[in-house]
Design a protein around this ligand. Structure first.
Ligand code: CUA
Length: 351
């Protein structure tokens, strides 16, 4: 039993150490050119740090275990000048000791830091290189606690709005313009790029590019309030043709309800309060306070990555959003069960 607990603890330690190395939200599992540059810089820093640590322990070992000149009876803690008086030709003289301190304590660290400075400047220049003029442009605005996503008009099609999810064509750079209307948030998709703050009254930009198809989780990386931890988003990288069909579907107005339940859901949406904050393009709901729900059914998550987008979760969310994500701005509307069922059917139909 004792042995088993010991092994479990070792596994735990190893998994904590390695947890950040792979997966859907790892800065070392790079899927784009900018993330790759940043990861290379990280490995250079890590390599130098390991080298410095190893050198430090070697020197400590040398100092502890080397043969000392015989100073017994002179002084328990010999002064450098006393050591220099020893007959050993390889002894540490005062002058050599001063040189060692000067080079080892100042020269070597300065040289290593200079190497890191050069690497940092090179990587900074790489990741801030201007994108091609025809790149996609996407405005992402941080809110407590969700992401408003607006694709600018492009040769390939008109502007449209979505939320908590960014889709990109594989291999093509997209300029992400970052904004905030309330507090400071920070936009971070570790597999694709480093983090960048979203600051009220200021626009920051970064270029996202995914080199392979996949779903990459992003996370707000600046504490912004009680639900900071539940402010996530997904970047979905798609082959160019799939991206184009997604974009065409997003540009289109919302689907018309296909049956009586969905029609009841649409009525509930307009009459019970949803439309006070949300927009569904093609209907009278045009408010911009909350996420645009025109194609809500096509999204991966509810409430900015808090729950997977499934009818059961959506029913729970509509019934009592404050229970699931306390402190978010969506109120509980105290709907009866049949209205919730109809709303879920309507919203999930908005593909
Ligand atoms: Cu937004 Cu933390």
């Amino acid at each position: 039993m004792h042995q088993r607990a010991h092994i479990d603890r070792r596994w735990l330690f190893a998994s904590v150490l390695l947890a950040g190395c792979t997966g859907a939200q790892s800065a070392l599992d790079t899927r784009g050119p900018n993330a790759a540059s940043i990861a290379t810089l990280w490995w250079v820093m890590f390599g130098l740090a390991v080298f410095v640590l190893a050198a430090f322990f070697l020197l400590i070992g040398w100092a502890l275990f080397r043969r000392r000149p015989d100073t017994q009876g002179v002084d328990a803690q010999p002064h450098l000048d006393d050591v220099a008086r020893a007959d050993d030709p390889g002894a540490l003289t005062a002058a050599r000791a001063r040189r060692l301190v000067a080079w080892g304590g100042a020269g070597v660290p300065a040289a290593l830091l200079f190497v890191l400075l050069v690497c940092s400047v090179v990587v900074s220049r790489q990741v801030s290189a201007p994108p091609p003029a025809d790149a996609l442009v996407i405005d992402v605005t941080g809110h407590q606690y969700w992401w408003d996503v607006r694709y600018a008009a492009h040769d390939a099609g008109p502007a449209f709005r979505t939320a908590n999810e960014i889709r990109l064509p594989v291999g093509q750079p997209a300029v992400i313009r970052l904004h905030s209307l309330d507090v400071i948030h920070s936009f971070w998709i570790p597999n694709l790029h480093g983090k960048l703050d979203m600051i009220p009254g200021r626009e920051n930009r970064l270029v996202l590019q995914a080199d392979s198809a996949g779903v990459f989780r992003g996370q707000c990386a600046e504490y912004c309030g009680v639900q900071h931890a539940n402010m996530a988003l997904h970047v979905v990288a798609l082959p160019a043709a799939d991206f184009e069909s997604w974009r065409e579907a997003q540009v289109a107005p919302a689907r018309v309800p296909a049956d009586s339940l969905q029609r009841a859901g649409e009525r509930a949406f307009m009459e019970t309060g949803c439309a006070v904050c949300h927009a569904v393009r093609g209907t009278e709901a045009r408010a911009e306070t909350g996420p645009d729900l025109t194609h809500f059914g096509s999204r991966l998550s509810i409430a900015a990555g808090t729950l997977p987008n499934r009818p059961g979760h959506l029913g729970g969310w509509i019934t009592d959003p404050q229970r699931i994500k306390p402190g978010n701005l969506m109120p509980a509307l105290r709907l009866d069960g049949s209205a919730v069922v109809a709303l879920v059917a309507y919203l999930e139909s908005l593909q």
